[in-house]
Design a protein around this ligand. Structure first.
Ligand SMILES: Cc1ncc(C[n+]2csc(CCOP(=O)(O)OP(=O)(O)O)c2C)c(N)n1
Length: 592
């Protein structure tokens, strides 16, 4: 909001909308993302009052779906809570894709939608969203952990607290409360909330101690262990790495777990699953493996779900902080529920007491350093340093892997960039700075998410990698980055196509239809939107960029990179799975 917008209209009694914001303030939330108008206005007014007093402020998105993606990005950066709001009817329905994405990817998010005023329920007022109209509460049911209509003002506080508690507990996910506009503006009666909820930040750490003991017994019996890291390994990597080193266990990750690992660690064999590495696949073909320890995974199609059930049946131990994900691994020999850090620490204590020596002696476990400094085996790795024009996407990944600061926050959109980044983008940062949304797989996720993250940490380098199709779905959101002086670097992989669709159709011998897009000058478009923009046509132009200068500006930059549209991304798994309607992948993503 600008300063003119923040002039106080009149004296105001503390109302229920103010109460919600007081709770958000307790949780240290700085931003609420949304689009104003209609029935949500009492909440928007409360946010204006809050911003004047140094509390959470409104960040205005251009579309509610992007606002939800922003809230997801804010959560991923801060680990706190993403908050998004919308008006009734179309505002709420526009949110759905963003909330569904957060649900599948397990992001903490509070979704506040306005509801029709109580006396107008069912009277077909404009944007009626009550249960006899376009019932927005039912629409959110399948993509939220907690979902409630506040039908009396005295319910609001307890329903809000229930929602906040739910979203902070594993498995994380969005919660929704639908609040009639008349309740939002009702006076609360006093100026302070009834509860202090900071303790919600301390997650409960329940641990299945019996299963942990069994886990220790299983590990004591064997020598050859492989470790797999999934999406939910936040904060546990250092201990898992120490465990791997202590027992000399090679480790792999899923495409989303990649963000928790140091890819330049010699025991790291790369990504298993979508667009993964031959080194990781070969590792699992080793008959001598005795145990697979899978940490923080929901056993998804794009990750370890692709392993043959034989291997999983006999050898899998599934360790996660939520029992919910065990329903995906009925074949496991053991389920261990608890805080990953705590479990690994107990294992390490036990192992050091026994001074174990683990060995893979006699087994070929060859992994050489690749051209980007990692140990995963890359397809055609020379392309990562190719000077060919047009620019090879592999070359762009090589550039990003070697030229950007280690703490760069990468946001990867859906499209071919999923495969390019999964396979080639190589970093040693293991603190979750590589961000991808592969659960729901919505195009344009990265555009909102990078903005939400940069709102939380504007001084950290932020890069969004996105195809030209997804960019056209969401490029208007760049206005939010311009308004907020965010120096985000947007890199558009311009191939004038829905490239993933193009290659998917080709690889599966289907009709070649609907993938062509018109050639657009995205640099010019960016300039028209108040950002900086450049077209990049050769590796030489890429290398000449002063990328650090981009991060020190007060506007975003768009690089319209004209990539070689004939390069085939390593995505054969996805094609096979779509063809077969398979639940699990084959684990073989080589293009044949
Ligand atoms: C919201 C949404 N609509 C459709 C899809 C299906 N889809 C996946 S990738 C893709 C094409 C992406 O094209 P682009 O953004 O240009 O990236 P490219 O694959 O060319 O690199 C489509 C249409 C999707 N994942 N999400």
């Amino acid at each position: 909001m600008s300063h003119q917008d923040l002039v106080a209209p009149q004296e105001h009694a503390f109302d229920y909308a103010d109460l919600i914001i007081t709770y958000l303030k307790q949780l240290g939330i700085e931003c609420v993302f949304g689009v104003p108008g209609g029935a949500i206005e009492p909440f928007i007014n409360a946010l204006a009052r809050s911003e004047r007093n140094g509390g959470p402020k409104l960040v205005i998105a251009r579309h509610e779906c992007a606002a939800a993606f922003m809230a997801d990005g804010y959560f991923r950066e801060t680990g706190k809570l993403g908050v998004v709001c919308s008006t009734t009817g179309p505002g709420a329905t526009n949110l759905i894709t963003g909330v569904a994405s957060a649900s599948v990817d397990k992001s903490s998010m509070l979704v506040i939608t306005a509801q029709t005023a109580l006396p107008k329920f069912g009277k077909r007022s404009l944007q009626d969203s009550s249960e006899t109209a376009i019932d927005t509460v039912s629409i959110f049911r399948n993509c939220t952990k907690y979902n409630a209509l506040v039908s009396h003002e005295l319910q609001l506080e307890s329903k809000l607290i229930s929602a906040l508690m739910e979203t902070y507990q594993a498995p994380r996910g969005p919660v929704h409360i639908s609040i009639p506009s008349d309740i939002l503006r009702m006076p609360y009666g006093h100026d302070n909330p009834n509860a202090h909820i900071n303790y919600l930040m301390n997650k409960a750490s329940l641990e299945d101690t019996l299963a942990v003991e069994q886990l220790i017994e299983e590990i004591i019996k064997v020598n050859k262990v492989v470790i797999y890291l999934g999406h939910s390994c936040a904060g546990a990597y250092q201990q898992i790495e120490t465990l791997a080193e202590t027992i000399n266990a090679p480790f792999v990750s899923g495409p989303m777990g990649k963000r928790w690992v140091n890819e330049k660690h010699p025991l790291y064999y790369g990504v298993y699953g979508y667009a993964g590495h031959r080194s990781a696949r070969e590792l699992f073909k080793n008959d001598d493996i005795e145990l697979i320890l899978a940490f923080g995974t929901s056993i998804t199609e794009t990750g370890i779900g692709g392993l043959s059930s034989d291997l999983l049946n006999e050898k899998l131990i599934h360790i996660d902080s939520s029992v919910e994900s065990f329903s995906r691994s009925p074949m496991a020999k053991l389920h261990v529920c608890g805080h990953l850090n705590g479990i690994v620490n107990r294992l390490l204590n036990k192992i050091s007491q026994q001074s174990w020596r683990r060995t893979w002696e006699g087994i070929e476990l060859e992994c050489n350093k690749n051209i980007l400094g990692g140990y995963a085996e890359l397809i055609d790795e020379q392309k990562c340093i190719s000077d060919d024009i047009p620019i090879k996407p592999q070359r762009l990944m090589g550039y990003l892997s070697t030229q950007l600061p280690e703490d760069t926050r990468f946001f990867i959109d859906a499209g071919n960039i999923w495969a390019w980044a999964t396979h080639y983008l190589t970093t040693s940062n293991n603190s979750g700075c590589y961000r991808i949304a592969m659960g729901f797989g919505s195009m344009a996720w990265s555009m909102g998410a990078v903005i939400g993250s940069a709102m939380a940490s504007p001084d950290k380098p932020h890069v969004c990698l996105i195809g030209d199709g997804a960019w056209q779905m969401s490029s208007h959101e760049i206005g939010v980055a311009v308004d907020n002086n965010l120096p985000i670097l947007f890199i558009v992989l311009n191939d004038s196509a829905y490239g993933m669709v193009k290659f998917g159709q080709r690889m599966s011998n289907a009709e070649q239809v609907g993938w062509k897009l018109n050639q657009i000058n995205f640099a010019l478009l960016a300039q028209a939107q108040g950002a900086d923009g450049h077209i990049i046509e050769s590796p030489k132009e890429l290398m000449a960029l002063d990328v650090h200068a981009f991060f020190n500006k007060n506007v975003p930059t768009v690089l319209d990179v004209r990539i070689d549209s004939n390069e085939i991304p390593p995505m054969m798994d996805r094609v096979k799975s779509l063809q077969e309607g398979a639940v699990f992948l084959t684990g073989n993503n080589e293009i044949t």
